[in-house]
Design a protein around this ligand. Structure first.
Ligand SMILES: NC(=O)c1ccc[n+]([C@@H]2O[C@H](COP(=O)([O-])OP(=O)(O)OC[C@H]3O[C@@H](n4cnc5c(N)ncnc54)[C@H](OP(=O)(O)O)[C@@H]3O)[C@@H](O)[C@H]2O)c1
Length: 342
């Protein structure tokens, strides 16, 4: 039986994650049961959401969850023959045995554990890993949050936090194309220059070295119409003060608190800016919009083909570097969609 590799959680992590929080483990595959397939990982998706799983729910010894693109190398399922490529939630492991008909529960929905690659990938010129990036969850969040949740209009001013990240770098390009004034915040000068010069953001700032209030005064003198908040914490509170009348705040996540949920101030329950400016603050959950996935993927593909959206993948070579790639991502050392090629 082939031996394969897994990354397991080695211990509880209480702060910034480090490589020692994970350990490599070897496992043997077993014979397939009827309906099952054995697949070999090709590309692993690296995502900050893993940090949340580490804080809530995971125990030492658990397989680290994550999405991957894989190729079926053995099959006892006619719909999923040997040689076919699939993608899904198979975790940080080089081989998986899965019944492609099985599902998992997410946000009240039953979703398939693995799926066929999106048809939009065919003849697109994009790599298979794109179904983990621009034609995957990050691209869908970027598109769906702008259109379905924020209902953006040309001429509006949008602030995007973690703007050089997996979602942010795609969202900023779409917003710019739609005629919004796009202001992005990220954590180092190279990424600031990348989103401004290469991706065409109107304004880009380093939130670690530049004062948030002053930069908002310069870039959004009339106030912020839409704030895409992936970060929470102090950043959220300061942008709230700079919102325009009837501004919309779309909460995607809370990156600032993932490493240390106890010390980072959470979104304020009551803030006079919310009342006086009649702000609308709402959450966005991409999975709740999956019924409109095809429409979003078609549009994202067209924009990629036309060069309107230029997705960036930072590719790290080797499964053994997966934990390091995740740690680097959480430390802000990476940009765009982070992929590990197995
Ligand atoms: N609602 C949904 O349906 C859904 C689904 C999936 C993910 N999400 C959320 O969407 C957001 C964006 O996801 P993503 O995959 O594109 O992640 P991402 O933005 O690529 O996240 C990684 C980046 O976050 C920044 N970061 C890390 N710690 C930070 C901190 N303490 N304060 C500020 N920035 C920090 C770093 O960039 P810098 O150098 O710029 O700091 C890092 O490179 C996240 O909050 C994620 O949890 C939401």
């Amino acid at each position: 039986m082939p031996v394969f590799k897994q990354w397991l959680l080695s211990r509880k992590c209480h702060d910034l994650p480090c490589e020692e929080d994970f350990e490599m483990h070897e496992e043997h595959t077993v014979d397939l049961r009827k309906g099952q397939v054995l697949c070999r990982a090709l590309f692993m998706s690296v995502d900050p959401i893993v940090r949340l799983y580490m804080a809530y729910g995971m125990r030492p010894g658990d397989l680290v969850p994550g999405r991957q693109v894989a190729r079926i190398v053995e099959s006892r399922n006619k719909e999923f023959p040997k040689g076919k490529a699939i993608f899904g939630n198979l975790g940080w492991q080089t081989y998986s045995i899965v019944d492609p008909d099985s599902t998992f529960e997410m946000s009240g929905l039953e979703l398939p554990i693995v799926e066929n690659l999106p048809r939009q990938l065919d003849n697109s010129g994009l790599p298979k890993s794109a179904c983990l990036g621009v034609l995957g969850i990050p691209g869908l969040i970027a598109y769906m949050a702008l259109f379905y949740a924020c209902k953006v209009r040309g001429g509006e001013t949008i602030v995007i936090s973690s703007a050089a990240g997996q979602v942010g770098h795609i969202m900023g390009q779409i917003a710019k194309y739609l005629g919004l004034k796009v202001i992005g915040y990220t954590g180092n000068s190279d990424k600031v220059s990348w989103i401004k010069t290469d991706l065409g953001f109107d304004w880009a700032f380093n939130y670690k070295t530049q004062d948030l209030r002053s930069t908002l005064k310069i870039a959004a003198p009339a106030g912020v119409d839409i704030f895409i908040d992936s970060v929470g914490g102090v950043f959220h509170n300061v942008v709230l003060e700079s919102m325009a009348q009837n501004g919309r705040v779309c909460i995607l996540g809370n990156l600032a608190s993932y490493n240390n949920p106890k010390v980072v101030p959470m979104v304020p329950a009551v803030d006079m800016a919310i009342a006086l400016k009649e702000l609308r603050i709402f959450g966005f959950n991409v999975f709740r919009h999956f019924d409109r996935k095809e429409e979003a993927l078609d549009q994202l593909l067209d924009w990629c083909k036309d060069g309107i959206v230029q997705p960036f993948e930072e590719t790290v070579e080797g499964f053994e570097n997966l934990a390091k790639a995740f740690v680097n991502q959480m430390e802000g050392k990476s940009q765009g969609k982070v992929i590990v090629r197995v």
